[in-house]
Write a new protein. Structure first.
Length: 187
């Protein structure tokens, strides 16, 4: 399951709602996340700022692809002291490809993803949804679509989530770090 070089050669990770993505399972401890992450790359752990008192202490585990230096993390996992792993973010450029019911979600031009989501919903009689920011994605509460600026194009950076301590929804659980990716606010 090692990452391959080049965006077109991304590995495919499976997504199971409320279970996990690739080798990462919701509820894992920091040590378990690091162990699983190191099967595909190098992991770096840091503490997240405690922006909201309602949440227990949280750690960020950044997974960098083997053999690619320096690079942005391919995957960022967030682990809460109270509930364990609750959020997995796949980087638009370096992350593995993850699909939802056959619809690729990672690194897509957001306008193309929206068109594909609409066409898929019409063809299969399922629903899709928009985030409060206007990003289209699957109608799954465990997938929160985010935008990541890559050059001049806004690309998809999905967050795969379960609710964390003190939150009512996945949207409420989103780590504050995910409002800023690569030092830039996500649109």
């Amino acid at each position: 399951m090692a990452f391959r070089t080049g965006a077109a050669e991304r590995d495919d990770w499976s997504y199971s709602p409320a279970v996990g993505v690739g080798p990462l399972r919701f509820g894992m401890t920091v040590d378990e996340v690091v162990e699983a992450a190191e099967t595909v790359g190098q992991a770096k752990v840091s503490a997240c700022a405690r922006d909201h008192a309602v949440f227990s202490p949280t750690w960020k585990v950044e997974v960098h692809r083997d053999g690619v230096t320096p690079s942005q993390p391919a995957v960022t996992a967030y682990v809460s002291q109270a509930v364990g792993l609750f959020c997995i973010a796949a980087d638009a450029v370096h992350g593995p490809q993850v699909a939802h019911d056959g619809l690729p979600l990672v690194g897509r031009d957001l306008s193309e993803l929206e068109s594909d989501a609409i066409a898929y919903a019409e063809a299969t009689s399922v629903h899709f949804r928009y985030t409060p920011e206007g990003y289209a994605g699957p109608d799954d509460p465990g997938v929160v679509m985010r935008g990541q600026l890559v050059g001049l194009v806004l690309r998809s950076r999905p967050l795969f989530m379960v609710t964390r301590d003190g939150a009512n929804t996945e949207w409420d659980s989103m780590p504050s770090e995910e409002y800023h990716v690569n030092g830039q606010a996500t649109a």
